[in-house]
Design a protein around this ligand. Structure first.
Ligand code: GUN
Length: 295
């Protein structure tokens, strides 16, 4: 079989386009005398990865002209304290979007916290009502989760026809796998969701015109799992040991990039693929929340 070199999708560039457009929208609001859009971030505990993600989100807000309000609670915070903060933020007119960074530590009940966020400020799209609407025909969520929305935007920018396409999603997480599968169904793709109990993953993946990997298993998807010409979106961010690397470790996705790029039609790299899109879509949701609040 002739090998093919995949188009490498530049997620940074696509994300910058979204961020530039968000900045334009913010300027328009300003020019119309509307208040500056605001995002509140809530970080509970001191998970190092979560800290990095939250600080990148705050930086991106500043660059787009969105004010960010950072709240940190100790890992020992109670359910009542976390929900109490969310309720204060619901009532604060300077805050248009509320982002509670997941996962929450310890015994905190994530569903109850997410349920406490006003759906008009649910810029992560994780409120049960927004997710429920995403799953139902004829209903529309106010906000769609950011990483899944970023995956779909990448596919749209590539000009991939989703209607009738075989889409395979590896992973069924609340944050990525399930909502991206729901978005693909809404776009009339034929969707297969795979998980740890699925039989013959390579065989299922080989049917995919669009393959989305979001399982958190470093380099799991091998070259011979991919149909020649397929579009492969790698959502995984895994740190693996690499003595050759100056840091002693490096980031890899859920896809074996070197193998799959020889087979796929297009592929997102890690880093620099889906990751930057998540933040861009968050900014986009936040400016939309502000526009709705001040319509
Ligand atoms: N943890 C991993 N991804 C996300 C995300 O998109 N939003 C929030 N709030 N937490 C996350």
């Amino acid at each position: 079989m002739a090998t093919q070199i995949a188009q490498i999708i530049d997620g940074k560039l696509l994300a910058q386009q979204v961020r530039d457009e968000v900045a334009v929208q913010v300027e328009k609001m300003k020019a119309a005398g509307k208040p500056q859009p605001g995002l509140a971030t809530v970080l509970v505990g001191d998970n190092p990865a979560s800290k990095v993600y939250v600080s990148s989100k705050q930086k991106a807000c500043a660059q787009a002209g969105i004010e960010s309000f950072g709240f940190t609670l100790p890992a020992s915070a109670t359910q009542t304290e976390v929900e109490g903060l969310v309720k204060e933020l619901n009532a604060d007119p300077r805050v248009n979007g509320i982002l509670v960074q997941l996962p929450l530590p310890g015994e905190l009940d994530e569903e109850r916290v997410l349920n406490a966020i006003s759906i008009e400020k649910d810029v992560d799209g994780f409120h049960p009502l927004n997710i429920g609407r995403l799953a139902q025909k004829g209903r529309d969520p106010l906000f769609v989760p950011c990483t899944p929305a970023g995956c779909i935007l990448i596919l749209d920018k590539l000009g991939v026809k989703l209607e009738g396409a075989n889409a395979v999603v590896l992973g069924r997480s609340n944050i990525v796998g399930m909502p991206v599968a729901l978005l693909l169904v809404r776009r009339n793709a034929t969707v297969t969701i795979c998980h740890s109990k699925s039989r013959d993953l390579p065989g299922i993946c080989r049917q995919a015109d669009v393959l989305i990997a979001a399982v958190g298993r470093p380099e799991m998807v091998r070259g011979d799992w991919v149909k020649p010409g397929a579009v492969v979106i790698d959502v995984g961010v895994n740190r693996i040991d690499d003595p050759e690397h100056p840091k002693g470790s490096r980031l890899v996705g859920d896809v074996n990039y070197n193998e799959v790029k020889e087979v796929a039609g297009a592929i997102t790299p890690v880093p620099g693929g889906v990751g930057p899109m998540t933040i861009a879509m968050l900014l986009n949701n936040t400016v939309r929340a502000a526009q709705m609040a001040h319509a």
